[in-house]
Design a protein around this ligand. Structure first.
Ligand code: XMP
Length: 462
């Protein structure tokens, strides 16, 4: 029998300060790589959990320079819709705008506005643009039975494929319009530019964007029966990468799924593992990044239930520097944990519970004894298991299920922007303390000191 000794987690150590020429937190560069091909300006990822990441969270994170991963605990169509919503958010060209026909009624259009959260629709007939109907045209119309053709603008100002940002801005200013449909020579609708997207684009210089200026987002799949269909649908929806999300990344099936999904020609992140052996196995299968963490998460029960796990700081240290990017996943409860995870070698850090309970996390606010809460639950909890079965129409044997996740109510925290700023403030401070201008230097300069129980007491909030 082998017993590994001296393995640590975040609260067991501190970073050692050094003489530093980095005098300000704003002098540091926090850019990193999610995978070799995907660059981020901050090393933060929101977890693919159904109480953490849908499109609202993914949009917020990408705008701040990180990225969100849409969860897979829903139907394939719903996951795809979430991806599409992120991709539409900051694209100056909406390639497939929602369109309506001339016969659609104002009542139906109003329903679409509520459902799709867009307020203008090009009107098309056999693919050709015949008009545009915007909120102005129908907002105060009381006769819900009137047709789009009666109220639409027929002389639409349009532009062509490849219209630049500057050209679009000029046309919008000249004609005082907010939507600019793009058509080909035969007047077929091929896209649309909106002033809202242009304004947003101007406002977020650090955002994580793809080659077309759209926000970056990831989708997730499991290893159950629908994984290939789901992966193909996510690729089709232009997700930037796919996470093969399995609690046990050591299963042969996990590596097999990674191999197959890689063949679709998309970046793949796989996990979870906690040792070098696990990383190398998934790297060999073709993964572009490996997710590290067995049981450190706030809603995890794997350690008490299965007795399996690995202290997270040591897991990160051992999994880093194996020729593949790693994402530390789980156990971050304060900015110091985040800074230590990055110092230990994590290229990116995945956050669940800390981002739950925010405006951007899915779910409603519930009030109990005058305090507001939102739910946070492990994806292996009983309710997540049974909800998922309902949403994906998979059979669920609740009697025979041993949950490895908990469910809690998290006090409502306001916007996630505040939490990201706190985490980044901690990381930036740690970088100045260790004379590190960028994350490479931070990881090279990092030296940890092991704490005794009384020095742990000394480190506590006073
Ligand atoms: P934090 O600590 O950020 O952790 O809330 C988020 C990570 O926890 C993992 N996760 C689970 N682990 N049982 C587990 O053992 C679960 O039910 C469960 N749900 C999520 C996951 O890796 C997530 O990113």
């Amino acid at each position: 029998m082998r017993i590994l000794k001296d393995k640590f987690t975040f609260d067991d150590i501190l970073l050692v300060p050094r003489v530093s020429s980095v005098n300000s937190r704003w002098q540091v560069d926090t850019a990193t790589h999610l995978t070799d091909k995907i660059k981020l300006n901050i090393p933060l990822v929101s977890s693919n959990m159904d109480t953490v990441t849908e499109h609202v969270m993914a949009i917020a994170l990408a705008k701040l320079g990180g990225v969100g991963i849409i969860h897979r605990f829903n139907s394939i169509e719903s996951e795809v819709e979430e991806i599409i919503r992120v991709k539409r958010e900051q694209n100056i060209v909406i390639e497939k705008p929602y369109v309506v026909s001339r016969d659609i009624t104002i009542g139906q259009i109003k329903e679409m506005v509520n459902e799709k959260k867009v307020s203008s629709f090009p009107v098309v007939e056999k693919g050709k643009l015949i008009g545009i109907i915007t909120r102005r045209d129908f907002e105060f119309e009381e006769d819900l039975g009137r047709k789009a053709a009666e109220l639409m603008t027929k002389d639409v100002i349009t532009s062509h494929k490849g219209t630049s940002l500057e050209e679009a801005k000029k046309l919008m200013a000249k004609y005082k319009i907010e939507k600019l449909p793009l058509v080909d020579k035969e007047n077929n609708l091929i896209g649309m530019i909106t002033s809202k997207d242009i304004k947003l684009l101007d406002g977020y210089s650090k955002a994580s964007k793809d080659r077309n200026g759209r926000l970056i987002v990831g989708g997730s799949i499991g290893i159950g029966s629908d994984y290939l269909e789901r992966a193909k649908a996510l690729k089709e929806a232009e997700a930037d990468f796919i996470v093969v999300d399995v609690a046990n990344g050591y299963l042969q099936k996990t590596a097999d799924v990674v191999k197959q999904v890689k063949k679709l020609g998309i970046e793949v992140i796989a996990g979870n593992v906690a040792t070098k052996e696990g990383v190398l196995n998934l790297k060999k299968a073709g993964a572009d990044c490996v997710k590290v963490g067995i049981g450190p998460g706030g809603a995890c029960l794997t350690r008490p239930v299965a007795g399996v796990g690995y202290p997270q700081l040591s897991a990160i240290i051992e999994c880093a520097n194996n020729g593949i990017n790693i994402m530390a996943d789980g156990g971050i409860v304060k900015s110091a944990d985040f800074a230590k995870a990055v110092a230990a070698g994590a290229d990116t850090v995945m956050i669940g519970g800390l981002f739950a309970g925010t405006d951007e996390s899915p779910g409603v606010i519930v009030t109990k004894e005058s305090t507001n809460y939102k739910f946070y639950r492990g994806m292996a909890s009983v309710n997540a298991f049974s909800d998922r079965a309902l949403k994906t129409e998979e059979a669920a044997d609740l009697e025979g299920y041993t949950p490895e996740g908990t469910e809690t109510m998290i006090p409502y925290k306001g916007t996630v922007i505040k939490i990201v700023n706190n985490l980044m403030g901690g990381l930036r401070s740690a970088m100045t303390y260790t004379n590190s201008k960028n994350l490479k230097e931070f990881q090279k300069n990092a030296e940890f000191v092991l704490l005794t129980s009384s020095s742990k007491g000394e480190s506590k909030y006073k």
